[in-house]
Structures are given as C-alpha cells and as structure tokens.
Design a binder for this molecule. Structure first.
Ligand code: SF4
Length: 460
C-alpha cells in the first residue's frame, strides 16, 4: 500500500467506552483495495485530555444537551475544546492524505463543523461528511458547507468508489450516495447499502486501543432490524435487514481473540434475527478454546427461545438489553413493537431462568399513550421486578427525523413548535410537560426500586 489517501475521524461527543466500529469497518474495506487510510479518534483524545470533572460532566449520557444545543455548546464546551481543536486541525493539515472523512451525528455536529470550517480556511483537502447526521434531510441541514460532499448510506463499498472518483479528478459521475454540499441539503436522498462482505474484519490498528474506558471490542453481525417500530429511525438508517454468516462472525471474533480481547459489545439493533448464527459461531470458537463474555440488544418475543438463551448463556452472554418501551398492550400495539404483554412477560421469565441479566429501555409519551397506559407500564415493571437488572435508556418520546412518527404528523395529529425541535412536539392530549412529568415519575420508580439508569434524554 502506498501513501495514506484518507483520514477518517470522529469528533466528540461519542461513547468513550469502545473504539469506534464504523471507521474501523471503512478502513478494513479500503485495505482490501490496497488504499491506505488512517484513523483519528478525536473523541477519545478529547475525553482523555480534559480534566476528570469535565470529562465526567460532558460525557454524561443522561445529559447530552450541552452537545446538542448550539448556545450551550458555544458557552459550556467550546472554550474547553478550543486548544484541542486547533491541535487536530494542525495535525490534519500536516498529514499527507488529501481526503478527510468525518462521522457526523447529532452529538458531534458542532465540533465537526468547526473542524471543517477551520480546515477549509487553510487547506484544499477534500472534506466528506457521512454518518447518521447526513442520512435524513432534517438533521443534515446542520452540517457546514465547509464540507465538500456528504454521503447517504453505508460507506464500506462507497468509500472505495469515492476515493477512486476523487483520484480521477471527478471525470465521471459521482458515486451513488455522494452529493455536493453546494446543492440542497434539505432533500430526501436514497440510502445506499453496502455488501456486508466488503469489510471482513474491522481494522482498529491505527487506534490506541488502551485509551478506551472498557477492555472490550464492538462487533456488528446484522444490519437494520426485523421490526419497524413507529418511533424508530435506526432501522431505516441501516437499509434492509442483512446478517453475517457464521464463518464471518468466527473470523471477526478469532481476530479479536488474537488481539487479546475477551469482552464484546454487540452493536446489532437486536440479535433476534441472528440467534442461529451466533450459537454456531460461539460453538466453533469454544471448540477452538476461544471464549468471550458479551452483551447485546434484543426484543422480548418468542424468537428468544430457552434453547437459544441457554446456549448463548453457556457461550458468555451476560446481559440482554431489551427495547420494552412500554408495559401497556395498547401502546406496544400503537408503537408496532411486534410483541405484547404476554410474549414480553414470558420472554423476561425465560431470560431470567437462563441466568442472563435484563436491562430495559422505556419510552414515555408515545402519541396515544394516556395516563392509564403510563400507570400500566409502572404496574408491568412492578410485576416483573424480579426479572429486571437495570435500565439502559429512559426517554421521553421524540419524533425522530426519518421515523414513521415524524413522517406522519397529520395521522398522529401532532404539531411542532416554531423551531421544529423534534423533542417538543405536542398534540391535544400530549405535551412536552406531560411527557416530562411521566418521565420523572418513571425515574422515581426506578430510584425507589434501587436500579441504575445508564442514559436518558431528560436531565434530572
Ligand atoms: S426500536 Fe428496536 S426493535 Fe424497533 S425497529 Fe428500532 S431497532 Fe428494531
């Protein structure tokens, strides 16, 4: 491989626990085509360089508002990051790579924009934005025009085409999914999917792996989801449901094992669709003496059979994070969760009997949720306390851009305030205040029952 063509970077804020999987997958894909790429995890650099108290405050997942609100970002975060941003910009300018790619999401869009703006003043390197912030038109309008291009879709295949296209001086049409920021940003764009075989094994080699909080590596074995919950945009931002083969999973995990890792965090939206492959892969690995402990997300329905659960437990599954969202049958149905109270109750019991921990996600205030529905959720939690280990994500319902809810405002009779903030939608019987009140009472229940909360979109 020759000189580095591309730097891929992710700005704060993003989870400091594990190395970023997305850019490691892109690097792996480029490796296969002999295109050299370097990774810079600016997020972890900032996390490790800031004072302990700032780090704890700013990377608190139950209070991302200072990263999201431009005014709070400017006053509370930017002064702390200024010197580090300058260092990064100088590093990027001095680097020989002519192209720089940014993973942009709602919690790092302001830092990414500042880095892009400063780079644009001093270099003519090509700047490309990709990631969740560029997928849907509503958040995309926030990206700076200092980026030359934005990309919509999964980048593993496209990144190779983009580099070749840029290298050819753009003497042919741009690759699918690549758009100039000079054009309209607020426009629906088709999502470009990649073949999952493009990146065989994520390549973390240019990251300092000992700088992350957890001694674990991330893996993703499937894309998108089997379900289409009405409030969710995640499944849409990953194309159609696809999964890795058993052998592919074995190849990735054998590599991780050789790197010395024994702990995994699955990034799959849920593992319900890949249970057979996981059982076979972990069996093969165990036969080679390679054992892991791991955590993953799932949905509590009939797909979680006792046989699968017992097998996966024997191969190191410690915790399942379940997107319960509500304990009310009516709300589960309105959300199109794909399970009901009975399925969920039985799944919680099976998971418990398999000695796997259960973490729950809850959303309060979906359109149509009444006070009685909310009380039903509290009652459901009360009735299943013995099966619950903790709470991962406790949120007030947001009309996320790209979700069915956001795309069908008339159907749900919801309106937005003038600033279009998707968290402040309201209807005749559902307001941000009503949702905040329910969320506070849910938090009180969680506190009274001595559980922890990992993340919430409403600060205390
Ligand atoms: S909320 Fe979870 S189960 Fe529902 S569509 Fe999204 S990822 Fe799938």
């Amino acid at each position: 491989m020759g000189q580095s063509k591309l730097i891929l970077t992710i700005c704060p804020s993003w989870g400091p626990e594990l190395p970023p999987l997305g850019i490691a997958l892109l690097k792996s894909s480029l490796n296969q085509h002999d295109i050299q790429c370097d990774l810079i995890d600016f997020n972890i650099e900032c996390y490790n360089k800031l004072k302990h108290q700032d780090r704890i405050r700013l990377w608190d997942k139950s209070n991302l508002d200072p990263w999201l609100c431009p005014q709070r970002f400017e006053h509370e975060i930017l002064p702390l990051l200024e010197p580090l941003i300058d260092q990064l910009v100088n590093q990027l300018i001095a680097h020989p790579a002519p192209y720089i790619g940014f993973t942009v999401l709602d919690s790092n869009v302001w830092v990414s924009n500042i880095v892009a703006d400063r780079l644009k003043q001093h270099t003519n390197k090509v700047l490309i934005a990709g990631g969740p912030e560029t997928t849907f038109k509503e958040p995309r309008v926030k990206i700076s025009k200092s980026f030359d291009y934005y990309f919509v879709g999964e980048g593993e295949q496209a990144i190779v085409e983009i580099i070749r296209w840029l290298d050819s001086n753009k003497n042919k049409p741009s690759p699918q999914g690549v758009y100039s920021t000079m054009g309209e940003l607020c426009i629906d764009r088709q999502f470009v999917q990649s073949s999952l075989n493009q990146s065989v094994v994520p390549d973390f080699s240019s990251l300092l792996l000992n700088t992350y909080v957890e001694n674990a590596l991330p893996i993703i074995t499937s894309r998108s989801c089997l379900f289409k919950c009405r409030f969710c945009s995640d499944f849409k931002s990953m194309g159609t449901f696809r999964k890795l083969s058993t052998d592919h999973i074995v190849a990735i995990l054998s590599h991780y094992y050789k790197l010395g890792y024994r702990k995994l965090w699955f990034n799959d939206l849920l593992i319900n669709g890949v249970m057979e492959e996981l059982c076979s892969a972990f069996e093969k690995l165990a036969n080679n003496g390679q054992r892991f402990t791991w955590i993953a997300l799932a949905t509590p329905n009939k797909q979680l059979t006792s046989t699968h659960l017992n097998t996966l437990k024997s191969y190191g599954l410690q915790t399942l994070n379940l997107g319960l969202e509500s304990g009310s049958n009516d709300v589960m149905k309105m959300m199109k969760k794909g399970f009901n109270q009975k399925y969920c109750s039985e799944a919680l019991q099976r998971i418990f009997e398999s000695k796997i921990n259960t973490q729950l996600n809850i959303i309060v205030g979906f359109p149509g949720e009444t006070e009685d529905h909310f009380l039903e959720t509290l009652q459901f939690l009360d009735n299943h306390k013995q099966y619950i280990s903790g709470f991962t994500s406790i949120n007030s319902c947001i009309a996320l851009p790209g979700s069915f809810l956001s795309d069908n405002k008339e159907r749900y009779a919801i309106q937005f305030p003038e600033n279009q903030d998707p968290s402040l939608w309201f209807s005749v019987d559902n307001t941000p205040e009503i949702r905040a009140n329910r969320l506070s009472r849910l938090k009180q229940w969680i506190q009274d029952n001595h559980y922890n909360i990992y993340a919430s979109n409403q600060a205390d």
